[in-house]
Design a protein around this ligand. Structure first.
Ligand code: MSP
Length: 644
């Protein structure tokens, strides 16, 4: 059975941001995974280039629309190439073959009686390229999705009989509970459809930047609605309406989208397909949003993170790992450099990198980098069994797009490896002249690393190729079958000395959180400068992280005689002994009210003496005309938990 994986096609009104990269990374990982398994797989991505929004962006930039679209489309393609995205086709909706395919689809729908001509009057949001009803508008004027003002448009339009497909859609959702992933999102869609579907206006006469009507329907005033045009890319890319050469890949196995465009993919798209008598995709996977500082990132807000900047600083494979590990599929995630660095240091550098280094070191020391697996089963059946359980569990996570669980489980392999080394202590066995046993443990771990590298390949292709090279094998369908499916061991390792793959990161590598702007670096510098003008006290993020903030628990509190302001506290910071902190909070807190409560402490402040008493830290508090309030974690945290 073949596999077909798609990303949404990206609008060409600005450069790629981290949200685009995320969709593309997931799709690329799924496609690579299927290819490694030996499935006949086709992976599509591309750009969405028609519509009023693009026409207006081009005008704003003083460029001809096609030239503008060419330029921005190339920035996406170049970035994906630089990132090693393994697409089989990069479609552009301005491609001639696509336009022909869309016209053909229109003819088919029209001939079937699913498209008719009428008048449309409604409120249109140019930015979202969507019509809204009066009741959907915010304050009678603004777009409920992006908040911009809408325009009242009355125009002649062709309509698609969406209402006709209401029942068929509901039946499909009901019969195919995995059609929308995660399942929790399906209700949203079902309720929307149950609320009643109105026929959809699928042409426009108010602008010209779109696919022209088919010649058989002589009506030059109209161009196609951008969503009809765009959604059809998933089949025109396979040759629908033209060569038909790759139509055998249809229906798609998984179509990845962001939750904001789920409705288009789970309602309009299946209805269009039903009208065309084409089967529906197996699965629509809707991921959540990446926010920045808790705020939605969008080109229009200018608060987007540039994936290029992050990858230049940290490496694209680390970024892939982080994004796929950090967020359960379907949920929103917040991009934080701290969380990113922590995962690199603890999971990539410590768990994986160190294990590989230990194997390089031990194999070199004990047997001149050559180890074989002859004795592994004799001494390590328990670990092999545990490893096989993990290997067998992984596929289901990938099929359900649960990349975070997939990686979490995969990491169990490294725990098995590390534990085996601790328990069997090969260095002791070597001293005791039980070399076979020592080498069996080293070979076990080398096998664990080899199998883990195969399973990690879809997410970190280059890094795992280096691991494979270090262990002297190649990652391909043959090794996947042998080592993962048939559970064989690699017979012989000829280990290479490879420099550490994941050097620890001590300081954030991006001085400021990257503040990318749709118009590029110039605007970015301007924005940063303007910000600096407003508050000339700005610090580098590295300076901020020089402060060690920790959660503390107050274990003792007493008033300081002769002082109206000070309290003397003992605060547990998870260290051997509680620290003494003298704080000026007596006017606002009684000592009793503080016992056993959480506080936030500056933990690396030089000790100072206050009224002759040593103070080894400072409490964070907010003070205004209403008084003083201690800053505390929202939920209980262990003493010593770092803040930042
Ligand atoms: N052109 C349409 C898609 C047409 S598909 C037939 C479009 N393009 S887009 O460029 O605006 O967005 C493309 C994808 O990026 C969407 O899946 C969207 O959800 C995703 N993201 C845009 N911003 C995002 C975040 N901040 N976080 C995660 N993904 C987000 O919509």
């Amino acid at each position: 059975m073949s596999k077909y994986i798609t990303t949404p096609i990206y609008y060409v009104n600005g450069e790629a941001h981290i949200g685009h990269a995320y969709t593309t990374f997931i799709a690329d990982s799924v496609a690579r995974y299927e290819k490694l398994k030996g499935e006949d797989t086709y992976f599509l991505t591309g750009t969405d280039e028609h519509g009023q929004k693009i026409e207006e962006s081009a005008q704003k930039n003083g460029k001809a629309t096609q030239a503008f679209a060419d330029e921005i489309s190339a920035t996406f393609k170049n970035l994906w190439d630089e990132f090693g995205i393994s697409y089989d086709k990069f479609i552009r909706t301005t491609d001639e073959a696509h336009k022909k395919g869309v016209q053909r689809a229109f003819e088919v729908m029209y001939a079937k009686g699913d498209i008719y001509k009428d008048f449309y009057e409604g409120h249109y949001c140019v930015s979202c390229e969507t019509f809204f009803t009066e009741t959907q508008l915010v304050d009678g004027e603004f777009c409920p999705d992006c908040g911009r003002s809408t325009n009242v448009i009355k125009e002649e339009s062709y309509f698609f009989r969406l209402s006709k497909y209401e029942d068929a859609l509901l039946k499909h959702y009901n019969d195919n509970p995995d059609f929308i992933m995660p399942r929790s999102r399906a209700n949203e869609v079902i309720n929307f459809v149950k609320g009643g579907l109105r026929d959809l206006s699928v042409t426009r006469t108010s602008f010209t930047w779109g696919v022209k009507m088919p010649e058989s329907i002589k009506d030059d005033k109209h161009v196609m609605y951008v969503w009809l045009d765009a959604l059809l890319n998933y089949v025109t890319a396979l040759g629908y309406g033209t060569t038909e050469e790759n139509m055998r890949y249809w229906p798609a196995s998984v179509q990845l989208v962001g939750k904001d465009i789920l409705r288009f993919h789970a309602i309009y798209w299946p209805a269009f397909l039903m009208s065309l008598d084409l089967p529906l995709p197996k699965q629509i996977g809707a991921h959540g949003w990446w926010t920045r500082d808790g705020e939605k990132m969008s080109k229009s807000k200018g608060n987007v993170i540039s994936p290029k900047q992050v990858s230049d600083a940290y490496g694209v494979e680390n970024l892939r790992y982080f994004m796929l590990r950090e967020v359960p599929f379907g949920q929103d995630g917040d991009f934080s450099q701290r969380a990113f660095i922590d995962r690199i240091n603890s999971e990539l550098s410590n768990d994986l990198g160190n294990l590989l280094n230990r194997i390089i070191g031990m194999s070199g020391k004990y047997s001149d980098f050559e180890i074989d697996s002859v004795d592994v089963l004799k001494y390590h059946q328990k670990e092999i069994d545990a490893m096989n359980v993990v290997l067998d569990s992984l596929d289901a996570y990938m099929q359900n797009l649960q990349t975070h669980r997939y990686l979490e489980e995969l990491w169990r392999l490294f725990s098995i490896g590390n534990k085996a080394i601790e328990e069997h202590a090969p260095w002791v066995k070597m001293k005791e002249e039980r070399k076979d046993e020592a080498l069996a443990t080293v070979a076990l771990v080398a096998n664990i690393l080899a199998k883990a590298a195969i399973m990690l390949h879809a997410i970190m292709p280059k890094t795992t190729d280096i691991i494979a090279d270090t262990l002297n094998f190649s990652i391909d369908n043959a090794s996947y079958k042998e080592l993962v499916i048939e559970k064989k061991l690699l017979k012989l390792f000829n280990i290479k000395q490879t420099p550490p793959l994941f050097p620890r990161i001590e300081e954030p590598l991006m001085p400021e959180a990257p503040l990318a702007h749709p118009n590029g670096a110039k605007e970015e510098t301007k924005a940063v400068k303007e910000c600096a003008k407003e508050q000339d006290n700005l610090i580098e993020i590295g300076q901020f992280f020089q402060t060690s903030l920790k959660v503390g628990i107050v274990v003792e509190a007493e008033i300081v005689p002769k002082s109206s302001k000070l309290l003397k506290l003992k605060v547990d910071l998870g260290e051997e002994n509680p620290r003494q902190v003298v704080a000026g909070i007596r006017e606002f807190y009684t000592p009793e009210s503080l016992i056993n409560t959480h506080v936030c402490v500056v933990a690396n402040l030089k000790p100072a003496k206050l009224m002759g008493m040593l103070s080894e830290g400072m409490l964070l508090a907010a003070k205004d005309e209403d008084g003083l309030s201690l800053v505390r974690p929202e939920k209980p945290k262990k003493a010593g938990t770092p803040i930042g």
